[in-house]
Design a protein around this ligand. Structure first.
Ligand SMILES: [Zn+2]
Length: 438
């Protein structure tokens, strides 16, 4: 499994991983959205799934949005991205097999939704669940922040500080309490699908070795039961802008909980809030669709000469199975040095009636999501992160100055101005799809 700095072989599955898909067609435009139980999905894997889905349905690849939920208890989504254990060749074979299954599964979910198109009504709503989201980057008392993995001591904020520590000063940013929902029902007014969006990294506290879809999977079950939906119903929970947001209230001591207790609690509360919002929706049978995809080139960050040399020294004589955080960052610095100077990222804007959806391939900071929601020309807008690729964290320029985990070279791989450029492009794309609103 990935999503940790330790090698974590899976010993079993607590619950299945899914690709959940929604296909919308207004008679002119067809749009597919798939939400996948994965920590992230790199561009090559996503693109392979889009090509396969296109071959099976005819939906153009630039009308397909594929996003990862960000569960931290799923297998690696591409060959070579996971840590290596005592049998590295076996790890590589497993990654190759799983990647194939992932690509086929995502395409099959889109093809399945496409085959099941039927006359439907659509609507959306917004509600709030403020008490399960916390900003995880804190200002700390002077001199209490540990060194970064390159030995630097310039961080002014700490990610996931010790809870209830006397050294805590204040969180370094806001939260987004919003739970947004797009709801679809049949012409006979039976629930057909729900696509929810909430800005929470994940919940976790899952026993070692167990594969799980985390609270994203649990939400899908919970919302189906709250809506008393039938077997054909698909409930989906997409990740909003949660790069700096998690489920831990750092102001209080952390309470011990049973495995999956918190997953079920958060999923249940969110399902309750979403179901209540769905009950107030006014559906329309004639909503129109529009979608815009653009590619944006961003400069890749590069290590300085001293960091590069230090990284090479750190890795001398270390075996792949002995890697610690310091080695992992040294390797990431070298990879960035050796890699291309720029990366092209896919950005998407979708309009469904007067609702906007923006999508970007990053672990996005909440400030960016709040700004897009505020400045969008549409009635309401939500943002799906880790969509159509995965290029690491996307701190704002202000947060790059503050430092901390999400800004370290290797956790963040694109230029410090990237979030500003992306926000501008996404808003321009939202303006484009907003014209002809129906
Ligand atoms: Zn993450």
């Amino acid at each position: 499994m990935i999503g940790s700095f330790r090698y974590r072989p899976a010993t079993g599955a607590h619950d299945p991983l899914h690709s959940r898909a929604l296909v919308l067609d207004d008679g002119t435009e067809t749009v597919a959205i798939a939400v996948v139980d994965s920590c992230y999905i790199p561009r090559e894997t996503v693109d392979a799934a889009k090509r396969l889905a296109h071959a099976e349905t005819g939906i153009p690849t630039d009308r397909v949005l594929i996003a990862a939920t960000h569960t931290h208890t799923a297998p690696p989504p591409a060959p070579g991205v996971g840590l290596r254990g005592p049998e590295p060749e076996q790890d590589t074979r497993n990654e190759q097999r799983y990647t194939r299954q992932l690509i086929d599964g995502i395409a099959a979910s889109i093809a399945g939704a496409f085959e099941r198109l039927e006359p439907a009504e659509i609507g959306w709503a917004r509600t709030e669940l403020p008490d399960e989201v916390f900003n995880r980057r804190w200002f700390m008392k002077e001199g209490t922040i540990p060194a970064d993995p390159f030995g630097g001591t310039t961080d002014r904020v700490r990610m996931n500080p010790p809870a209830a520590s006397p050294d805590l000063v204040r969180p370094s940013g806001p939260v987004d309490p919003e739970a947004a929902v797009l709801s679809i029902r049949t012409a006979a007014k039976k629930p057909l699908a729900v696509l929810a969006n909430y800005s929470l990294h994940y919940v976790g506290n899952i026993p070692a070795g167990l594969v799980s879809a985390d609270y994203f999977g649990e939400f899908s079950l919970a919302i189906a039961s709250r809506l008393d939906a039938g077997e054909r119903f698909v409930g989906m929970l997409s990740n909003g802008t949660s790069g700096n947001i998690n489920n831990i209230d750092f102001s209080k001591p952390r309470s011990r909980r049973e495995p999956f207790e918190q997953v079920r609690k958060v999923a249940g509360k969110l399902a309750d809030a979403v179901a209540k919002a769905v009950a107030g929706i006014e559906y329309r049978p004639d909503a129109s669709l529009a979608m815009e995809q653009v590619e944006l080139a961003l400069a890749r960050r590069k290590p300085t000469r001293p960091i590069l040399e230090q990284s090479r020294t750190v890795l001398q004589g270390v075996r792949p199975s002995e890697l610690t955080r310091r080695h992992i960052y040294a390797q990431r610095a070298i990879d960035l040095h050796d890699g291309p100077d720029s990366v092209s990222v896919v950005l998407q804007a979708i309009r469904i009636s007067d609702l906007g959806i923006a999508a970007l391939p990053f672990e996005t900071f909440v400030e960016t999501g709040l700004a897009i929601k505020r400045d969008s020309p549409l009635q309401a807008t939500f943002v799906i992160s880790l969509a159509n690729g995965a290029e690491g964290y996307l701190p704002t320029p202000e947060h790059h100055v503050l430092g901390g985990y999400e800004t370290w070279l290797g956790t963040s791989r694109v230029e410090a101005q990237a979030s500003e450029k992306i926000r501008e492009q996404l808003l321009a794309a939202l303006h484009k799809v907003a014209t002809g609103e129906n």
